[in-house]
Write a protein that binds this ligand. Structure first.
Ligand code: NAD
Length: 428
């Protein structure tokens, strides 16, 4: 689906330019916010299990830290590029701003496919990445976290390396750590739950009874699985999910009109969110081409896999029944496809609002790590609900008041907050 010419950073800049125009931002502020303030590109040589040496490319981009230390995940992905990392770091700046937490935006990555790496090779990659960035990251400067194909174990190896280098315990260096090792309860659920908290409020505002709705979701990883869990608890029915099949190097959509059984689906899914399609077929699911997730007759679409998934080529396939799109993934909709969605009047919950639950909970993890006092899960999830609901209404109300598309409203709130912080600090 991802076209080779797609450039996430150009898309992020285009979205920013639109917000800057709406806000009539001055030129120095635009120049500052259009690019990351700092970025690193480096090599990570590691020794493979068979004794050979291999060199991987790694990145860290710090887009802006005017509102607080930069914050953002690290991706392990074979198609990772510096431009994707730049875009994701910029989106993190807007995400922390719209969620109104005292953090900025960063992102990191390594070009690799962890499917092909042993556990020990992955550990070396994590430690090598930290050695390269240790001078510019840290609890008061730039705080990493998990993202696509990285997990709590990776975070713990990274923390350990950072603590070895700095010679002291620094639990606030990284978030998404395992529970019991400085991690927060609720972090695993946070992004997917957060997405569905915004959907719950949107349906409430649009007078749609959630327990009468159906959804199709792209991806079946961390975000998707917990989004489905909360949506089903609220009475919604997911009829279609999709995932990447590593053997076939293709994606498939898995459908059951009566609704997928989450527990059953999880039992045939690997740790990368790949569903075993043969087992799914045995359990009575239809196996369809991956791009069919978008054309299902459902009320809600949740892209929760990767960027560049709703494009001008497939936006026309979105069913007339769809009322809401909630972007669990970062950057899933290209600007030209977004214009079509806007014209059709579909209610859009944009990525940096819909998936802000992860960074909100990461912020809670930092607070708990710093206090060395950990809350129980219900307290974490209660606070998450409050923060997500409040972020949702700040954008929804601004959009209603100013007759703006939800993405434009979210951008205007976020960019304005960051621009103000840069100006207040006397940077521009
Ligand atoms: P993940 O690695 O746990 O899951 C990704 C899922 O997408 C897997 O099921 C995979 O099979 C599927 N997938 C990959 N390529 C696909 C394709 N072409 N078609 C269909 N499915 C495909 O990742 P995640 O943590 O769930 O993240 C998903 C998205 O959400 C990413 O854009 C990520 O940046 C964003 N996000 C994640 C978090 C978080 O806390 N995990 C927070 C904010 C945003």
């Amino acid at each position: 689906m991802s076209s080779e010419s797609f450039n996430a950073f150009e898309m992020a800049q285009k979205q920013f330019d639109q917000a800057a125009d709406l806000l009539e931002l001055d030129q120095p502020t635009r120049d500052l916010l259009r690019n990351p303030m700092r970025e690193l590109q480096f090599s990570i040589p590691i020794r493979m299990d068979d004794g050979t040496k291999k060199v991987f490319r790694g990145f860290r981009s710090m887009h802006n830290d005017a509102r607080g230390p930069a914050k953002g995940g690290i991706r392990f992905h074979p198609q990772e590029t510096i431009d994707t990392v730049r875009a994701l770091s910029m989106w993190m700046t807007w995400k922390t701003a719209v969620a109104d937490i005292p953090l900025g935006g960063g992102k990191g990555g390594v070009i690799c496919d962890p499917h092909d790496l042993s556990s020990y090779e992955q550990q070396q990659l994590c430690r090598g990445w930290v050695r390269q960035v240790s001078k510019v990251v840290g609890p008061q400067t730039d705080i990493p976290a998990p993202d696509v194909m990285t997990n709590p174990q990776h975070m713990l190896w990274m923390l350990d390396e950072f603590e070895v280098i700095s010679g002291k315990k620094q639990p606030g260096f990284i978030t998404g750590k395992p529970v019991g090792m400085g991690g927060s309860l609720g972090r695993t659920e946070a992004t997917g739950y957060g997405t569905m908290i915004t959907v719950r409020e949107a349906m409430n505002e649009l007078n749609i009874p959630i327990d009468k709705t159906t959804a199709s979701i792209q991806g079946f990883g961390n975000v998707s699985q917990y989004a489905i869990e909360l949506y089903q608890q609220m009475g919604g029915k997911v009829t279609c999910v999709s995932s990447w099949d590593q053997d076939d190097q293709a994606s498939y959509a898995i459908r059951k009109q009566e609704g997928i059984n989450l527990k059953e689906m999880l039992s045939i899914t690997n740790t990368f969110g790949g569903i075993d399609k043969a087992k799914a077929a045995e359990l009575g699911y239809e196996i369809l081409p991956g791009d069919m997730w978008i054309e299902q007759d459902v009320d809600l679409l949740v892209p929760a896999a990767l960027e560049n998934q709703i494009t001008i080529d497939n936006v026309g396939r979105i069913s007339k029944q769809v009322k809401i799109i909630a972007e669990g993934a970062n950057g899933p909709t290209t600007p030209d496809a977004d214009n079509v969605i806007k014209d059709r009047g579909i209610y859009m919950i944009p990525d940096f609002l819909a998936n802000a639950g992860g960074v909100i909970c990461s912020y809670f993890e930092q607070v708990q790590s710093n206090m060395n006092y950990f809350w129980d899960k219900s307290e974490v999830l209660g606070k998450l609900d409050q923060k997500m609901t409040s972020a949702f209404y700040s954008v929804h109300e601004y959009s209603q008041k100013n007759k703006l598309y939800m993405r434009d409203a979210a951008y205007m709130i976020a960019v304005d907050r960051v621009a103000q912080a840069c100006q207040d600090r006397g940077w521009v």
